[in-house]
Structure formats: structure tokens, C-alpha cells
Write a protein that binds this ligand. Structure first.
Ligand SMILES: [Zn+2]
Length: 77
């Protein structure tokens, strides 16, 4: 086996490993905690919507949307 062939096989293996990694990254479940959007406002991980600022506690955010069972979402950030 010459050097070039060995290199090509190594590259092919790397590509395969990379593809697997990308697939795993995509397949990962949504994080349970709230995530911050680009403008600094946390986004509810359940609803995917920007949270509201709390009137009671400065710097705290809450989700004002309802869950499937009719109760309010308890996500806070
Ligand atoms: Zn929510």
C-alpha cells in the first residue's frame, strides 16, 4: 500500500467519524434549562418563545405561556 492510499483511507475514516459526530450533535435532545437568545432574553425551552421580565424580581424572567394541560409554564430564568 503506498502512502497516498493510506492517507486517503485515513481521510475517509475521519470524514466518517465527523459525520457521526454531527449526527449525534443533531440528535441530542433539547436542553431542559432555559437558553438565552441573542438579545439576552431567555427563551423557554418548552415553548421556544422569549420569556417576560418578572414584575416582582428584577432580572428574573418567566414564561407566560400555558402548557398542554392548561396550567402556566413554570420555566424561570
Ligand atoms: Zn414555557
Amino acid at each position: 500500500m503506498d502512502e497516498l492510499e493510506r492517507l486517503e483511507q485515513a481521510v475517509a475514516r475521519l470524514e466518517l467519524a465527523l459525520e457521526k459526530l454531527i449526527f449525534q450533535a443533531k440528535a441530542q435532545p433539547v436542553k431542559s434549562g432555559p437558553t438565552k437568545s441573542s438579545n439576552g432574553i431567555p427563551v423557554c425551552s418548552l415553548h421556544g418563545k422569549a420569556m417576560f421580565t418578572s414584575k416582582f424580581k428584577e432580572g428574573q424572567y418567566y414564561c407566560g405561556f400555558k402548557l398542554d394541560d392548561g396550567t402556566y409554564c413554570k420555566q424561570k430564568a
